[in-house]
Design a binder for this molecule. Structure first.
Ligand SMILES: *[C@@H]1O[C@H](CO)[C@@H](O)[C@H](O)[C@H]1NC(C)=O
Ligand SMILES: *[C@@H]1O[C@H](CO)[C@@H](O)[C@H](O)[C@H]1NC(C)=O
Ligand SMILES: *[C@@H]1O[C@H](CO)[C@@H](O)[C@H](O)[C@H]1NC(C)=O
Length: 216
């Protein structure tokens, strides 16, 4: 999927743009960001969710790709978020990552997640401390829970947690290592408590991302 992203980076808009493979949308606008890491199978991981070549892969509790048909670990199934969906920095001003996306119907022409699943977006941060930094994300998930603004919920391990305990089941740890609801872990030191495969992405939040709160 990274290859798909890279090929499409060359068709970018000034603010953010999406590639024209799964939908013929080429849009830009303002957006807000949040963070998530719920360990659930990503919404764009379901078959026929969008006209894509292949849904987003989900992983077993061994962090190996599962059958596309496997149900979500957040509802009794065996498919969880793969650890390789965490963000990584290329340099001080540029990172890659994955996001749960919601785009207002006014921009999509009324379309919903089939229009953005697997699309890539360039985000130019416009608020401090991230102003001047850029990130390219692939929409691997959908963020329908808040639908009053364009939103990119960045997949950051330990970046947020909600009431269910899928992360605990996936990694066989206590859910509390993933931090508290709506905040996640509270310091870079706490990243050391996460499963090893997730620690780098957790640290990214305190380094490159400067633990920014809801940057635009
Ligand atoms: C998207 O729209 C912009 C601005 O209208 C244009 O410059 C760009 O070529 C378009 N890209 C694609 C892939 O259609
Ligand atoms: C955590 O997720 C919830 C639910 O999507 C959201 O309301 C909240 O703003 C998120 N917190 C952060 C810091 O992104
Ligand atoms: C950071 O990496 C991006 C992507 O490779 C590149 O376009 C940019 O010039 C780099 N910036 C610096 C300061 O090296």
């Amino acid at each position: 999927m990274t290859a798909l992203c890279l090929r499409d980076i060359f068709a970018l808009l000034i603010l953010f743009a999406l590639h024209a493979r799964s939908a013929s949308l080429n849009i830009s606008g303002e957006a807000v960001t949040t963070r998530f890491w719920d360990c659930c199978k990503p919404s764009c991981g379901w078959k026929e969710k969008a006209p894509f070549d292949r849904p987003v892969l989900s992983c077993s509790i061994d962090d190996k790709p599962t059958d596309i048909e496997a149900g979500t670990g957040c509802n009794g199934g065996s498919a969880y978020l793969c650890s390789n969906q965490q963000p990584w920095a290329i340099n001080d001003t540029f990172s890659y990552g994955f996001a749960g996306v919601f785009i207002m119907p006014g921009l999509t022409g009324g379309k919903i997640e089939d229009a953005w699943c697997c699309a890539c977006y360039r985000m130019d941060f416009t608020s401090d401390p991230l102003r001047g930094k850029t990130m390219i994300v692939q929409a691997s998930n959908t963020a329908y829970d808040i639908n009053t603004a364009n939103r990119f919920s960045l997949a950051v391990p330990g970046g947020n947690t909600t009431s269910h305990d899928a992360c605990a089941r996936q990694y066989g740890v206590d859910q509390t290592v993933f931090g508290t609801d709506n905040t996640g872990v509270s310091s870079k030191d706490d990243c050391k408590k996460l499963p090893e495969a997730l620690q780098k992405g957790c640290q990214w939040r305190f380094d490159w991302y400067e633990d920014a709160g809801f940057p635009t």
